[in-house]
Design a protein around this ligand. Structure first.
Ligand code: ASP
Length: 410
């Protein structure tokens, strides 16, 4: 019998694709147009497939997660812990962003700000954002991939199934669990393509921005990346170690496939399926993870908050404005709220930057200063975003296990 060839793990394949994309991208800098026309579309096909599967995955995994808890109180306890953790880490993130921005301010380039223009889309107030969470139509949340509304649908349906009672609901529960499995299988099939997807998404970005990175915005990018790393290494390590009972080294090692995927795709929602696999392998409970992660991919954006802090300081310094303490506090508040309204897709954080700048009276046109290299900011902020979601699912799983054990001992 022939010895079976050892297959490379998916994580390894993604890593190789990532390195190849950087090398080929750098070599293709003079042919950026070719890379954009002929390589990028395959990355887009892959992202489309991921987006196609994300709505049913979020809907059914949150629903099945809730149903499997069998108890509305338990869902409430997990929900509360999750939201508190998300809010606190985001506030930390934006503080780190502002501190980092101030620290590096002297090194930032002063770019002349005449004839800048950035078109702001429809302005959304905080109240509008809250109202928009609730769907007014059963189908449109799924058609528009409005993930916050999909989450609300999943919660309402999940609660209703629990309230119907076990005797009557068992057929529904079996059917939804079976459907969940079908979509998970689809996702597994799509994820097998991720090395190709990663290569085709990243290579054109490097080909187009390679030299730009070394250009004038290098210091701002560097400041953002240093803050991303500090937040991930300090905040998540401490949180995972103290509340999650997991060694930070194991956590980051287990998260590598999701981290690499997020870095190349710049989409938290797209990274959801692979993130679910990683946290389950790290010991998170399936029902907790299937509730916490989809929620996090939609409302928890620590990397985006850091980016907004650094960019607010940079844009202010280009306009010769020194932000006061109270303006910084306003930024902490608005960036935390803006991160809830930021969709987990490429480029969304830059749109929300407008809301943060407006809140402290900075000119929105300043976004044009950073728009050219937004993708590079985005790759790092998405990586932090999904790592934060994963740390939460490890922590909430551990806290829930402890709560259950305490209950039994009483
Ligand atoms: N691309 C980010 C994400 O998917 C959102 C952002 O643009 O900040 O998490």
């Amino acid at each position: 019998m022939k010895p079976k060839k050892k297959k490379l793990s998916l994580a390894m394949q993604i890593f190789i694709a990532l390195v190849l994309a950087i090398i080929v991208g750098l070599l293709m800098q003079s042919q950026a147009k070719f890379a954009n026309t002929y390589i990028k579309p395959f990355g887009t096909i892959f992202l489309n497939l991921v987006k196609f599967i994300v709505v049913p995955i979020v809907l059914f995994s949150i629903m099945c997660g809730i149903i499997s808890m069998r108890d509305i109180k338990k869902v409430g306890s997990i929900g509360l812990k999750t939201v508190v953790y998300y809010m606190c880490t985001t506030a930390f993130a934006i503080t780190i962003g502002l501190l980092g921005g101030n620290f590096f301010k002297r090194l930032f380039p002063i770019i002349t700000t005449s004839n800048l223009s950035y078109k702001v889309g429809e302005k959304m107030s905080i109240m509008d954002t809250i109202v928009n969470i609730f769907p007014s139509n059963f189908v449109s949340p799924m058609v528009d991939s409005n993930m916050l509304q999909v989450i609300v649908m999943a919660v309402i349906l999940g609660f209703a199934i629990i309230l119907i009672g076990e005797e009557k609901n068992h057929r529904l529960v079996t059917a939804f669990n079976d459907l969940n499995e079908v979509f998970m299988k689809c996702m597994e099939m799509i994820l097998k393509l991720s090395p190709i997807g990663v290569f085709c998404l990243l290579c054109p970005v490097i080909a187009e921005n390679g030299t730009m990175i070394i250009g004038s915005l290098a210091m701002v990018l560097l400041a953002a990346y240093i803050c991303y790393i500090i937040h991930a290494v300090v905040v998540y390590s401490i949180a995972v170690k103290t509340m999650g009972g997991l060694s930070p080294a194991k956590f980051f090692e287990g998260m590598l496939p999701a981290i690499m995927f997020a870095f190349s795709s710049a989409s938290s929602v797209g990274t959801l399926p692979i993130n679910l696999e990683c946290v389950e392998a790290l010991g998170a409970d399936k029902d907790v993870a299937s509730f916490v992660l989809p929620l996090g991919a939609t409302i928890n954006m620590d990397g985006t908050a850091i980016y907004q802090g650094v960019c607010a300081i940079f844009i202010a310094s280009c306009y010769g404005i020194n932000l006061t303490m109270s303006q910084m506090l306003t930024i902490i508040l608005t960036a935390t709220l803006a991160s809830i309204g930021t969709a987990g897709v490429p480029g969304a954080g830059m749109v929300m930057l407008a809301m943060v700048l407006t809140s402290v009276g900075l000119p929105v046109d300043g976004i044009a200063l950073v728009a050219g290299v937004d993708r590079i900011f985005d790759m790092g902020r998405t990586t932090v975003n999904i790592t934060g979601d994963a740390s939460c699912s490890i922590i909430v799983s551990n806290l829930e296990r402890k709560r259950e054990a305490n209950k039994k001992n009483k």
